[in-house]
Design a protein around this ligand. Structure first.
Ligand code: MEV
Length: 423
């Protein structure tokens, strides 16, 4: 069933009502989404199999971003984050791109890199060539390690070898390029790297040391572009100022770090919700932002010929649908089902689109009104809830503490008490 991600009434109900609405919209039975309720989520015994010395689980809110269209298809996107504004901002930015065709993605394919470090090679230049001469043998040996991956059309594709001058002498570094298909790929490439290491060390004439994937996954890039409606953004001046804000981030690493953090607010929330490795994606993103030797923005903003804002983003996205927590965590499984993605590349496209939407939303807020207004309104709702306000009381308490510009816990408590006394 084709999903329609326009769900304007979603915020007007409670979490159980939202799950029902979303299940209907996504063509899922209500049971699939029940695991999002903490009382049906990750059980302690399941957690105990995921990591060591387990003592419990941590609840992180999961919200659903609406309005997203990627490559002509609508998605309802589960986002796991503790930060207020993030889900609302992504949904809002996606709405501004929706009428102009939404988000369009492309990728380089799912090629991960394993690194093999060979040290103490007396003749590293010749050692490098000896390894390269054995290319076919090494690729075959790598592919023997994972017949399942080869059967799925993936596997080791290419290798490269270089000599690396270090302060501890020259080393020989081999990269093995592996098409990991729908996996994140760490297990597949690490197994191959370990299997190859003794032979590579023998060929190079040195000692094998590290053999591990690189999180600088620059052969697994996802790109996304979208046009954001100038009128919905607030007019030509807002478009101009967002372009200027983007240029600031391109030119200045202090701003770029914050700008990219805004992108990762969206990216990491979907990566986490789908049980993928947030640290792998984050280190890859920041390595990519520094690929030319200086740290810069991952996204670009331009004014299109029709006056609309054009946003583009490119980043490595090592995410998978098979293996790891994506398979072992019931909530992550439900998140993947809700998304309805069928391949890791499709998931990466949605994640990149959310990253760009999140980035645009932050820039618009900063350029047009300053971030604190929207942020503080949501913060006020959190304070009202913490003060004990019920669903009906949160709105009035939050509105009052915002209007009085006293967005603090004790004032939320006072306003709540006054509200109840006035009844
Ligand atoms: C806050 O989590 C993210 C922002 O700082 C991003 C940005 O400044 O672009 C608002």
């Amino acid at each position: 069933m084709a999903v329609n991600s326009r769900l304007p009434r979603l915020r007007d109900t409670d979490p159980a009502g939202r799950r029902r609405l979303i299940a209907e919209h996504a063509g899922l039975d209500a049971e699939t989404l029940q695991v999002f309720d903490p009382s049906h989520g990750l059980e302690l015994k399941q957690a105990d199999h995921l990591i060591e010395n387990v003592i419990g689980v941590l609840g992180v809110p999961v919200g659903v971003a609406t309005n997203l269209t990627v490559n002509g298809r609508d998605y309802l996107v589960p986002m796991a984050t503790e930060e207020p504004s993030v889900v609302a901002a992504a949904s809002n930015a996606a709405r501004m791109a929706r009428g102009l065709g939404g988000f369009h993605t492309s990728d380089t394919g799912a090629v991960m890199i394993a690194q093999l470090q060979i040290v103490e090679v007396p003749d590293p230049e010749a050692g490098r060539l000896r390894v390269l001469e054995a290319r076919d043998e090494l690729l075959a040996l790598a592919n023997e390690q994972d017949p399942v991956l080869a059967g799925l059309g993936g596997g080791a594709r290419e290798l490269s070898v270089r000599t690396l001058p270090t302060r501890a002498g020259d080393q020989v570094i081999m990269h093995l390029h592996v098409d990991v298909r729908d996996a994140m790929g760490a297990n597949a490439v690490n197994t191959m790297a370990e299997a190859l290491a003794p032979r590579v060390a023998e060929l190079a004439g040195g000692r094998s040391l590290l053999r591990i994937l690189s999180n600088k996954a620059d052969r697994r890039l996802t790109r996304v572009r979208a046009r954001f409606d100038a009128d919905l953004l607030g007019g030509a001046e807002v478009v101009r100022d967002i372009v200027l804000a983007g240029a600031f981030a391109e030119a200045d690493p202090y701003r770029a770090a914050t700008h990219n953090k805004g992108i990762m607010n969206g990216v990491s929330a979907v990566v986490l919700a789908t049980g993928n490795d947030t640290r792998a994606v984050e280190s890859g993103a920041h390595a990519h932002a520094a690929r030319d030797g200086h740290y810069t923005a991952l996204s670009r903003f331009e004014t299109g010929p029709d006056g609309h804002l054009v946003g583009t983003l490119e980043l490595p996205l090592a995410v998978g649908l098979v293996g790891g927590a994506t398979r072992a965590h019931p909530v992550a499984q439900a998140a993947v089902r809700l998304l309805g993605v069928e391949s890791a590349a499709e998931l990466a496209g949605v994640i990149a689109a959310v990253g760009l939407a999140q980035n645009l939303a932050a820039l618009r807020a900063l350029a047009a009104e300053g971030i604190q207004r929207g942020h503080m309104t949501l913060h006020a709702r959190t304070l009202a809830a913490s003060a004990g306000a019920t669903a009906d009381e949160i709105g009035p308490v939050a509105a009052r503490i915002v209007a009085d510009r006293r967005i603090r816990a004790e004032y939320a408590e006072q306003v709540l008490a006054e509200l109840r006394a006035a009844r």
